[in-house]
Design a protein around this ligand. Structure first.
Ligand code: 13P
Ligand code: SF4
Length: 367
């Protein structure tokens, strides 16, 4: 068994109350030297220890502004990479469990994106003159660096419209990866007809598209998706509306086009939380995003008679976010107390420099 796994096993025997107390004590001792960032999808036992919680955009900003020596990211791998890229060189970004990845981010990799770029070059001439590559923040640092080398940019679910506006101001077409749904939902909200958005099947030569389809497309959407958000279906919304005709539906833009079209509101995790909090007492919500967030939303708003229902009848959590447990958080913090850094996320400097260009561009155009 690897040394880290052995070390964490010792924590598995501790009871919850002891873990909780020791995390608290370690945080007090570390003081301002450590900043714990928590994404909204984290389980409650971890989430309650976050100094700041938020969506990907807010947490990126917080990482960039932080003065802490250590940024412990309770989220997934790409988020800790962004924290490393945007923080100062002497700051250390830590991901409590290195296996906390993002299955959607893994649907695009540099080899496949470079192949797509070469194939698009063949059809369109110099792709760098015609296409702005846009990567969703849910992607590896080398894809952000790719966008940096090709005049592109990063987006999150909070700023996708502003980023697409910026991108179309640079060049006539966009290659958007890895999430087809965020690309399609945002493009449609900006008035781009569905026929002008084509889906690039990364397992097929030329994305499975004809020369004509590529030439007439304004947006080329990578065929990636989130395994959690794909569980939500239009029929779940129909069933809710039949039972609660006055109810409201709110979804994350990683949901399918059909689900977003049937929703009253579409937006990032932070937007979902703020919208439900600002709604009238007694409002009943159907929420199309991850279960931990929806459960917390319900708890925080039930005193006003509001209800937040999870959109799918089957339980679907983000299993990779779930890997960050109190045991790993405690292990990280107690190592820091002993002067040891475990599970540091360090993006190679050259890659980080190119990726930083695209993240800074994104922060400039963000609302
Ligand atoms: P947000 O930026 O809206 O928090 O989304 C991140 C994410 O991974 C959603 O699945
Ligand atoms: Fe990735 Fe989906 Fe999990 Fe978000 S919910 S981190 S997109 S797998």
């Amino acid at each position: 068994m690897a040394a880290n796994a052995l070390a964490i096993q010792q924590f598995a025997e501790l009871d919850e109350a002891e873990i909780e107390a020791r995390i608290h004590a370690a945080k007090v001792q570390l003081g301002e030297r450590v900043l714990i960032l928590g994404h909204h999808y984290q389980r409650e036992e971890v989430f309650r220890h976050a100094d700041i919680s938020g969506d990907s955009l807010k947490l990126s900003r917080m990482a960039a502004q932080s003065n802490a020596e250590y940024i412990v990211f309770c989220g997934v791998h790409f988020m800790a990479e962004v924290a490393d890229i945007l923080s100062r060189p002497e700051q250390v970004a830590i991901l409590p469990d290195l296996a906390a990845g993002c299955s959607m981010a893994d649907m695009a990799n540099l080899a496949k994106v470079e192949r797509a770029w070469r194939e698009l070059n063949e059809v369109l001439g110099d792709a760098d003159q015609v296409i702005t590559p846009v990567t969703y923040i849910n992607s590896a640092a080398d894809l952000k660096a790719f966008c940096g080398r090709h005049g592109g940019i990063v987006c999150t679910s909070s700023n996708a419209q502003q980023v697409l506006n910026w991108s179309f101001a640079q060049r006539e077409k966009i290659l958007f990866f890895p999430d087809q749904h965020l690309g399609r939902n945002t493009g449609h909200a900006m008035g781009i007809p569905l026929e002008e958005m084509v889906t690039w099947d990364f397992n097929q030569p030329m994305g499975g598209l004809s020369v004509e389809q590529i030439k007439q497309a304004r947006m080329i959407l990578w065929k990636g998706f989130c395994s959690v958000h794909q569980m939500f279906k239009p029929q779940h919304i129909d069933a809710f509306r039949a039972q609660y005709p006055d109810g409201k539906v709110i979804s994350h833009p990683e949901c399918s086009f059909a689900v977003c079209q049937k929703s009253d509101y579409v937006g990032s995790t932070e937007f979902i939380i703020k919208t439900v909090a600002a709604s009238a007492p007694g409002t009943r919500w159907l929420v199309g995003t991850e279960l931990n967030l929806v459960n917390r939303l319900h708890e925080h708003n039930k005193h006003e008679g509001k209800h937040a229902h999870f959109m799918s009848p089957t339980i679907c959590m983000c299993s990779t976010m779930f890997r960050i447990d109190p045991q790993h958080l405690l292990w990280v913090l107690e190592n820091l107390l002993e002067g040891k850094v475990v599970n540091q996320i360090k993006v190679p400097e050259d890659e980080a420099r190119q990726a930083r260009i695209t993240l800074e561009r994104m922060l400039e155009v963000s609302p």
